[in-house]
Design a protein around this ligand. Structure first.
Ligand code: URA
Length: 239
């Protein structure tokens, strides 16, 4: 396969941007700098882009830093969607793993592998998701215990035991991290409301053992590494 197609199939960027990256000397094949976009890559070749090894996977597993202001939907007539941040070459194939509110930013996975979505989203899997928040108001004294034992937030059943860590409390602002294993509608905001405060900023910082990569600015994405897929206990059917 041509090198520019190889990079774009790996989810690096659009085909034309990948050609540019190759010409800029950002790609090594078997430790040799290749600047010819038409170079033929074989299955056994090792390809490195910007010092990071990449591997062609038949399926895509992407980490995205969702910015606030876009919705987690495949299409929306009113709002920008997360898919607007992806090149058209791969966007048609992508599924969004879970949902974040329009005003929430942070870690989101996208894939074209339905089994991966199920692996992370099935309620029985109890994958922990952590959210950094800023909130306004006065947090009730028993907040951490209430979160730990499960709370009534107006649903049929109480929330599953979760963890609240307070990082800082100022006169009228609380910063902390709430880790939950469910994904109910507006769950973090609703839990915090019952605890007496209103969330003013929310960012998902981890899913299972995977933390949002600090090198990804809002709106950027990269492929999940094999190591990260392993940490998610996911064993792909195909590579
Ligand atoms: N909980 C919320 O309230 N909003 C999100 O976007 C995610 C979790």
């Amino acid at each position: 396969m041509r090198l520019d197609k190889y990079l774009s199939d790996c989810g690096i960027d659009t085909r034309s941007k990948c050609k540019k990256y190759i010409r800029q000397g950002r790609v090594l094949v078997n430790d040799i700098l290749i600047t010819d976009e038409a170079f033929h890559v074989r299955d056994e070749d090792s390809v490195v882009f910007d010092q990071k090894p990449i591997k062609l996977q038949k399926q895509l597993y992407l980490m995205f830093h969702k910015p606030a202001g876009c919705v987690c939907a495949l299409s929306d007539s009113m709002h920008k969607t997360v898919l607007d941040y992806f090149p058209s070459e791969i966007k048609k194939r992508l599924l969004i793993v879970g949902r974040l509110d329009k005003d929430t930013e942070g870690l989101l996975f996208l894939t074209d592998d339905g089994a991966f979505v199920h692996h992370l989203m099935a309620p029985k899997k109890h994958v922990e998701k952590s959210y950094y928040f800023c909130a306004r108001g006065h947090l009730c004294d028993e907040a951490c215990d209430m979160v730990a034992s499960g709370m009534d937030i107006g649903d049929e059943t109480p929330t599953k035991p979760a963890t609240l860590k307070i990082l800082r409390t100022d006169a009228d602002q609380i910063l902390g991290v709430l880790s939950i294993t469910e994904g109910r509608y507006h769950q973090v905001k609703r839990m915090m409301k019952v605890l007496g405060v209103e969330v003013t900023y929310l960012k998902r910082i981890s899913i299972g053992k995977i933390r949002l990569d600090d090198n990804l600015s809002a709106g950027e994405f990269r492929a999940l590494t094999d190591k990260e897929l392993e940490l998610l206990n996911y064993h792909q059917r195909e590579k």
